[in-house]
Design a protein around this ligand. Structure first.
Ligand code: ARG
Length: 456
């Protein structure tokens, strides 16, 4: 196996140890960033006259060629210990011993920290743009189904009627918080560790600000020990990802429930469902189920990286190599889940009749009666008691609230007048929830307009 460090060793490394310690299968995904970092580093070495301008030109030329090979999938990874070794090995194959100058004033310790940061910066941008895409889809569906009424739940019990669009827009709000978490974490990953060397700086006259600038970082890491051993940015990304997945998982749980025969609120498009190998009658909601499942893996990654770091003395430790596997997997999960939802959600068909029918069940407008009495100056607690008694009376006579007559109501309070009867209807109930952020069509419409402006 190609190594960069075995000159002082008398013995050859055991084959199985080679395999056990190699990280190439994982960190080859960082190759593009390793090349970018190497190009910036070479330019800096020339600018600081540590190598000659002519030498730098040759190195950069060959590194760019490697970059193109990687892009086209033509780069040949050999028996290299890691991605850093692979790039340097290929460079010396191309330009001979001049390639050996690349690693001046650099260590794989600051190199891997750099590669990971560059990778994470790109992923954060990708995730944010995917979230925005999904938010726009949510908005589109909310607008399309603006006036569909369904039961609103607390404790999974029918509580008060709510607009489906209002419910859906709740997820849009969650996603906005997710976006701000990713955005916020970006400021802390946007710090360049390159030039920290193995963790202690260098005696050579390097210019770290120059490297940071050409790599697009807004800051340079201020402590070389911290620069090579900080993985907070992975923890933050995992944590933001875990919260995002928790939101997607909650949405998934509702879709799975609502797709069941018991709820019957919606139907999943056939092109987004699967069947059973045994039961020909089945159409399963696999997408939301898998997203619920994959959420667990993302939580696992957050815990992996937290545990990985908690006992590490300063500065670099090889343990940190284990940050990659779950991390790459996590990014795949987050991006593919967002992507699949943007396709899946607009295809869901609502069973509006069933939703409307269920919106009434459980006497969901009882609170409207209470608020009616409050507007007639009845103290809230007394109004609550009065309506409680009405419900008890109706239950005893096997009647629904929507069947109650004005004279019956008057038996419980003389404050009831003719206009109370329309207050019992779910449409009226929803319309009347016109407090800021409430479920009235007016409020929802306003929120949709706000979001349209914000997401445009
Ligand atoms: N493969 C290592 C990692 O992922 C890169 C840094 C290795 N440094 C070292 N001194 N062995 O963390």
């Amino acid at each position: 196996m190609m190594k960069l460090w075995d000159a002082k060793f008398k013995k050859k490394l055991d084959k199985e140890v080679e395999e056990f310690t190699s990280s190439l299968t994982m960190d080859k995904q960082l190759a593009k960033y390793d090349v970018l970092g190497s190009i910036a580093h070479t330019r800096m070495l020339a600018k600081c006259k540590i190598i000659k301008e002519k030498e730098a030109k040759k190195i950069v030329f060959a590194l760019k060629e490697i970059g193109r090979e990687l892009e086209k999938g033509k780069f040949l990874f050999k028996d290299d210990e890691d991605v850093h070794t692979a790039v340097e090995r290929s460079l010396t194959e191309k330009i001979g011993t001049l390639g050996e100058k690349l690693h001046t004033a650099r260590s794989r310790n600051d190199q891997i920290a750099l590669d990971e940061r560059l990778y994470v910066k790109d992923k954060i941008k990708e995730i944010i743009s995917q979230i925005t895409k999904f938010q726009k889809i949510i908005l589109q569906v909310a607008k399309r189904e603006q006036n569909v009424i369904m039961p609103g739940y607390t404790h999974l019990q029918h509580s008060q009627p709510v607009l489906f669009s209002h419910w859906l827009l709740a997820y849009l709000e969650m996603l906005e918080r997710d976006k701000s978490r990713f955005n916020d974490s970006y400021t802390r990953v946007d710090v360049c560790p390159l030039g920290a060397g193995a963790g202690f700086g260098t005696s050579l006259p390097i210019d770290r600000k120059f490297t940071a600038k050409i790599l697009g970082f807004s800051k340079v890491a201020g402590n070389s020990l911290d620069a090579v051993s900080d993985r907070d940015f992975l923890i933050e990304l995992s944590s933001a990802s875990a919260i995002l997945m928790m939101h997607l998982s909650r949405l998934s749980e509702e879709i799975v429930l609502w797709n069941s025969s018991e709820f019957g609120f919606l139907e999943i498009d056939e092109s987004f469902a699967t069947g059973s190998s045994l039961m020909p009658n089945k159409k399963n909601p696999d997408i939301p189920e898998l997203i619920r499942g994959k959420t667990a893996k993302v939580y696992g990654e957050l815990f992996t990286i937290l545990s990985l770091m908690k006992n590490l003395p300063l500065a670099y430790n090889r343990d940190m190599q284990e940050d990659k596997e779950g991390f790459f997997e996590m990014m795949k999960i987050v991006l593919s889940s967002l992507n699949i939802y943007t396709k899946f959600l607009p295809k869901i068909k609502l069973n509006k009749a069933k939703m409307g029918e269920m919106a009434e069940k459980g006497e969901t407008t009882a609170t409207d009666l209470v608020e009616y009495l409050v507007t007639k100056k009845v103290p809230f607690r007394e109004a609550h008691r009065i309506v409680g008694k009405i419900l008890k009376h109706l239950a005893a006579s096997g009647k629904r609230l929507k069947e109650v007559s004005l004279s019956e109501l008057k038996n419980f309070s003389d404050k009831f007048a003719k206009d109370v009867l329309k207050r019992i209807k779910v449409e009226f109930s929803v319309k009347s929830k016109n407090s800021f952020g409430g479920t009235s069509p007016k409020q929802v419409q306003k929120r949709i307009r706000d979001w349209e402006k914000r997401l445009a």
